[in-house]
Write a protein that binds this ligand. Structure first.
Ligand code: GLU
Length: 374
């Protein structure tokens, strides 16, 4: 099985684990390592790829700055550590990226921001806009406000959700292990690295073993879960050892790693998700001009909507019909039913005066739509 060429990807999420980034003895970031990694990232970016970083390390950095003893922290202590560490973490990324004339943008998300469709659209739009501006979003969980019941707790799964949210075609998990082994390598000298996983089967899951090191919460099990989230949404994933300088270059050169392949691509997977698994909550009827524009790959603007039916909220799936009632497609609507009704037939330039606040120009963005003929 041939592994993909790293240079063929156009949107890449790079997840960096705490133990790679934080020098516990010094209570600081590992500056040389970060500089070398950012060289690799700048290489991808310079070739035209969009890059999103998901960086752990806030708690690890903050706790060493606070000189907390080793071992598990109480929730409020880890939140305090995250509040302190996140500042240095973001600064480290921003400064290192700026040496390559790349601007960083910080995004802190909670579980709800990625799992609730209404808020998901916001985070997705912000990431999309940053990428269009050629900035590199640096994402972490908002550990200072996330409580234990409503947090990811590990950035592996968070990174997979960010990758699917951003319709990335590749997720790179940099960790302190080279990839997935047939058995946990620290217990078994005969453990073999698996270069390619084409499908996550129970046998693959059984290879994952237990938890990871003390600093990085995510062991192999959360990485496999991340692989499942990514590959079902059309995103390839690769796990590689980040402890070397230039870990991404090493993947490109065919160094040791494990690829989790997806049979799909992000756009197709998203369309299947929109048409297949979401219950439509309403209908928007559109005029002939809008129907034609949709066929040409455009977004649906309020001006083209002639009728709004149903009780839907922002982010819900709605059916798009032409004047004769034929289904043209489905999509995630950017306004709730009340506002959609107020905006029906209005120009995008009027949105602010109609709603009393600025809003999105599109009723349904092209990326959030699946047309019948797609
Ligand atoms: N969000 C946590 C932090 O920044 C890291 C979680 C993880 O290690 O996966 O410290």
């Amino acid at each position: 099985m041939r592994v993909p060429d790293l240079h063929s990807f156009r949107r890449i999420v790079v997840k960096v684990g705490s133990s790679l980034l934080v020098d516990r003895a010094k209570g600081a970031l590992k500056g040389d390592w970060l500089t070398a990694l950012v060289d690799d990232i700048a290489g991808l970016h310079g070739r035209g790829a969009d890059v999103v970083v998901v960086s752990s390390g806030a708690i690890a950095l903050g706790r060493t700055m606070l000189a907390f003893p080793k071992g598990p922290l109480k929730l409020e202590d880890s939140q305090a550590a995250a509040a302190i560490g996140q500042i240095g973490l973001a600064r480290g990324w921003a400064e290192t990226l700026s040496a390559h004339a790349i601007t960083a943008g910080q995004i802190l998300v909670t579980l709800g921001d990625t799992e609730e469709r209404r808020r998901y659209l916001n985070a997705r739009a912000t990431i999309g806009r940053l990428l269009a501006l050629r900035a590199v979003p640096v994402v972490n969980e908002n550990d200072t406000v996330a409580t234990s019941e409503i947090r990811y707790g590990d950035n592996d799964r968070l990174a997979a959700r960010v990758a699917t949210m951003a319709s990335a075609d590749l997720l790179i998990l940099l960790s302190d292990i080279e990839g997935l082994y047939t058995t946990p390598p620290k217990d078994d000298p005969d453990a073999r690295l698996i270069p390619v996983v084409e499908r996550i089967t129970p046998a693959i899951e059984a290879m994952a073993g237990g938890a990871g090191s003390e600093l990085s919460r995510g062991g192999m099990r959360t990485k496999i879960e991340a692989g499942r989230i990514a590959t079902t949404s059309g995103t390839h994933m690769v796990i590689a050892d980040g402890r070397v300088p230039h870990p991404i270059r090493r993947i490109a050169e065919g160094g040791p790693c494990t690829w989790f392949l997806t049979p799909s691509n992000p756009v197709a997977a998203r369309k299947i998700w929109i048409t297949g698994s979401l219950e439509p909550k309403g209908t928007l009827t559109v005029d002939a001009g809008a129907a034609r524009a949709l066929g040409q790959g455009k977004s649906l603007l309020p001006a083209g909507v002639t009728r709004v039916e149903g009780q839907f909220s922002r982010g819900d799936c709605v059916v798009i019909r032409d004047e004769a009632g034929a289904e043209l497609g489905r999509g995630l609507v950017a306004y709730d039913a009340l506002d959609a009704e107020r905006l029906r037939g209005r120009r995008s330039a009027d949105i602010e005066s109609v709603l009393g606040a600025p809003g999105r120009a599109e009723m349904i963005h092209r990326d959030d739509m699946a047309l019948a003929g797609d």
